[in-house]
Design a protein around this ligand. Structure first.
Ligand code: PEP
Ligand code: MN
Length: 356
């Protein structure tokens, strides 16, 4: 952190700034500029320091940060690309990793049908929500624990890994109004290979902390989705929350953002350009969700390829065996043949770029 003193700053004002720096546990270095303006460098782990502590002092013109507040996930601090390993699947390496499945687990028959063609397409990670965060309280809320059990059976039958969302630290309300015994996070942790934190929970900081603390030992991989109205800086700080609390196995997932666009043509605006930003700013694997970001299956193929071309390490794609009767997000779910084509073309794009 650098404190720029005003040209008119007095000796006493200088002294007060230096006292505040040492009082906060930091050391300093003063550079006397040729123009008569002094610059004071604050030395130490300044991630915990607030600019305001110094900005409010008389004689201070400006305070700027040199190090990123998200220092653990920053490429400047740790330049090596991080990878997340799931058995024989490595995310953040040369391969583009595709995760696919329905928005939500609806029944044993539905999930098994999807898992069969997902595995047949060469996809190794099956997605499916058992706990669904829905905008309307009247929409399908997910099968809960039963959904997790179905996912686990699909995993062993088809040799897949599973990713499912933990919606929070509350207990799930079943369709009959009763509560499940365990809270959602603890329940999901018992079953899943990868935990998804959805866009709605990106800023649930207490949840992020507890999630990280509960997975310090297992280091269960976590996919953190970008909040629909969150800045990239907020997104990186949310990832930092998890890493700083003990679980380094975080993957970022872009899933479209809210803009002036209404939902006639696109549900959100696909933030493909943000892939390039995240890849240079941070060391975590970056995934892209072409399903939620576009909202329509007709756009999923094109945006998937754009994301791979832009450097995404993987894609999370919604697919359904009977999209027009899906309980959730049917319009954006691709069919089996569309999925197979995306998987194929995504690999060809990656190979054409010489990265696979
Ligand atoms: C989902 O993956 O089905 C989902 C709810 O995603 P998001 O949190 O990005 O809306
Ligand atoms: Mn969905």
């Amino acid at each position: 952190m650098i404190i720029h003193m005003a040209q008119s700053a007095t000796e006493a004002q200088h002294e007060r700034v230096l006292e505040r720096i040492t009082g906060a546990g930091f050391s300093y270095e003063v550079i006397h500029g040729a123009t008569g303006i002094d610059v004071i460098g604050v030395l130490g782990d300044t991630a915990t320091a607030e600019e305001g502590w110094f900005e409010e002092l008389e004689g201070v013109a400006k305070v700027t940060r040199v190090t990123k507040p998200y220092k653990r996930v920053s490429r400047k601090t740790a330049s090596d690309q991080k990878t997340v390993t799931l058995g024989d699947v490595v995310i953040g390496g040369p391969d583009v990793v595709i995760m696919a499945g329905p928005c939500s687990v609806e029944s044993e028959a539905q999930l098994m049908a999807v898992a069969e063609y997902v595995a047949g397409a060469g996809v190794k990670v099956l997605r499916g929500g058992a706990y669904k965060p829905r905008t309307s309280p009247y929409s399908f809320q997910g099968m809960g624990l039963e959904g997790l059990e179905i996912l686990a059976r699909a995993r062993s039958r088809y040799g897949l890994r599973i990713i499912t969302e933990a919606t929070g630290l509350h207990r799930h309300v079943r369709a009959d109004g009763s509560l499940e015994d365990k809270n959602v996070l603890e329940q999901v942790l018992e079953y899943t290979d990868v935990i998804q934190v959805g866009a709605r929970n990106m800023k649930s900081y207490g949840f992020l902390q507890e999630l990280a603390r509960l997975t310090v030992k297992t280091r269960t991989p976590i996919v953190l989705k970008r909040g629909e109205s969150s800045t990239l800086k907020d997104f990186l700080l949310a990832a930092e929350y998890i890493v700083a609390n003990g679980n380094p196995n975080v993957m970022l997932c872009l899933r479209g953002i809210r803009t002036f666009e209404d939902q006639e043509f696109q549900r959100y605006t696909p933030d493909v350009g943000a892939i390039a930003v995240l890849k240079r700013e941070c060391n975590l694997p970056v995934l892209f969700d072409p399903s939620h970001s576009t909202g329509y299956r007709e756009s999923v193929h094109a945006v998937s390829l754009a994301a791979v071309a832009a450097g995404a390490d993987g894609l999370i794609i919604e697919t359904h065996n009977d999209p027009s009767n899906a309980k959730c997000d049917g319009e954006q779910s691709v069919t089996a043949s569309q999925l197979a084509r995306i998987v194929d073309d995504a690999r060809r794009v990656k190979a054409a770029l010489g990265r696979s």
